[in-house]
Design a protein around this ligand. Structure first.
Ligand code: F6R
Ligand code: ZN
Length: 183
């Protein structure tokens, strides 16, 4: 019997994912209007600035019981005093859960229930985060290096960004006196 090569390779030291079925995407500042509080600072920044990137291994079509594996790379930076972060989302199929784990850099994970109550977990190399269904999630890079975070989630979960676009998260992470604080 033939022994096959793996479909993809994950290098934990450099937090990189490679392989034919790995899809890379980038989110630039110009794709995040209204996400950061300081619209004046946002308007003064280069709209081509890459805020975060995602590598995702997609094996087959989205289906019940399927899984996706990815790495999010949130670059260091701020808009005004607010740290770079992901757009944040609920899963379109609301009851789908997800695991995140810290691979490099430092940051925070904002977790919001549908009643808008928020929990914040510190993300660092080795940290493991269980995101239950019905919980919106957003990564914030509070450090000076890129924040690398692994993720595994159901392939039929989908993304619902609308609820976040409409009402945002009730908590923001800003730099105050050289420290990251949640306000
Ligand atoms: C998948 C997931 C991550 C995020 C990624 C980018 O369910 O949670 O792969 O998609 O961190 O964040 P968003 O999707 O909020 O732009
Ligand atoms: Zn998700």
């Amino acid at each position: 019997m033939n022994i096959l090569q793996a479909q993809a390779f994950f290098d934990g030291a450099s937090a990189t994912l490679s392989g034919a079925k790995v899809v890379h995407s980038r989110k630039k500042l110009k794709e995040l209007p209204g996400v950061f509080a300081d619209s004046g600072a946002f308007a003064r920044m280069d709209p081509e600035t890459v805020v975060y990137e995602v590598d995702a291994h997609q094996e087959g079509e989205a289906q019940e019981g399927g899984l996706l594996f990815g790495i999010s790379h949130v670059h260091p930076g701020k808009v005004g005093d607010e740290f770079f972060m992901t757009k944040g989302h609920y899963h379109a199929l609301r009851n789908r859960a997800e695991y995140y784990w810290g691979l490099g850099g430092e940051g925070l994970l904002l977790l919001m229930q549908e009643d808008r109550s928020v929990r914040v977990e510190r993300v660092c190399p080795g940290s493991l985060h269980y995101i239950p269904g019905n919980v919106a999630h957003r990564l914030v890079n509070t450090g000076l290096e890129t924040l690398h975070v692994g993720a595994c989630w159901p392939s039929d979960a989908g993304h619902d960004y609308q609820a976040i676009t409409d009402a945002g998260f009730p908590a923001r992470v800003v730099e105050k006196d050289g420290r990251a604080v949640v306000i």
